[in-house]
Design a protein around this ligand. Structure first.
Ligand code: NI
Length: 145
């Protein structure tokens, strides 16, 4: 097995605010991240796939296919968006970077087989850096996300 990791970037804004909590509790919990007008991040994501080497190509996947998948299901929908307002999944959940990482993983996993049919590479991990100090990872364990 060989693992490949490919990196991408997008910019988006968010506000950390849980609808189920009172305003004061939100301020206490999220601090300045609860500011009503939100704030932005330059997110850096890394998508890791693992698979057997294709002896014909000498690769485990065609990076152009991975780029197309990430572009269609992550970069295009998220780049320069307000995550709270423009991403339906965050209408009822807080767009923390934990939740964002899980949503990106879910989207890639949902469409993975159409991009890589058969016994090719499988999605192993999505990691996302919100800032250089905050890095979140979601990964697959024995076929379960
Ligand atoms: Ni933030």
């Amino acid at each position: 097995m060989i693992r490949i990791t490919r990196k991408y970037r997008f910019s988006a804004s968010h506000r950390l605010h849980a609808a189920a909590l009172a305003d004061e509790q939100n301020r206490e919990l999220y601090g300045k991240c609860d500011n009503p007008y939100g704030h932005g991040h330059n997110y850096e994501i890394a998508v890791s796939a693992r698979g057997p080497l294709d002896p014909r190509s000498g690769r485990i996947l065609d990076p152009a296919l991975l780029d197309r998948l990430v572009e269609a299901h992550v970069l295009r929908p998220f780049d320069h968006r307000n995550l709270n307002e423009e991403i339906p999944e965050f209408r009822n959940s807080v767009p923390t970077t934990e939740n964002l990482a899980a949503e990106i993983f879910r989207r890639l996993e949902t469409h993975w087989k159409s991009a890589f049919p058969g016994n090719g590479p499988s999605l192993e991990k999505v990691s996302i850096a919100e800032t250089p100090r905050n890095i979140f990872e979601v990964w697959q364990i024995h076929g379960q996300a």
